[in-house]
Write a protein that binds this ligand. Sequence first.
Ligand SMILES: [Mg+2]
Length: 196
Amino acid sequence: MSRTLHPAVFLDRDDTLIANAELPDEAFAGRWGDLADPAHVALLPGVHDSCLALRRAGFALVVITNQGSVARGGATIAEVEATNARVAELLPDPDRPDRPGSSLIERTYFCPYHPLGVVEPFNVEHPWRKPQPGMILAAVDDLCLDLASSWMVGDAERDIEAGRRAGIEPARCIRVGVDGELPDLAAATARILRSR
Ligand SMILES: [Mg+2]
């Protein structure tokens, strides 16, 4: 049986889709910089429109996010999952009125491991932890994705490195944000859609 391969845009979560940098300090109390409270989830400007445009252009949207605060004792798996679910909930797919609650986000992968953590069994290095490409490679396999026509967008160098190590062309790995080549996901989306 042949499988149809789909292009994807792999998206970092924190400071790519949602605003971590602008949140009050109490959102991160004891959490090592990872947001793990659904009540504090807020999309960055233009993120919904960007995700909708990419989805309508045929891309699967896959979130890949390091959540090492689990290993460090700052969050539970359940809190991370609830936070990820809130992100997906804030990105509803208006093209699927037949499926209420369906999200523009196809799937979210997160890595709870960190080698400096204290919570077993997560206190070890793991092939899913960016800059390693494990989450991307798992998604490619799970969702029948075509790496050659896929993109990676994130605000940190480890996001870009994970994309490259997975085998995505360097020109298709876009760093956004204050240290990025483009300011935000909206600008990255414009580049992706122009290149088609
Ligand atoms: Mg980030």
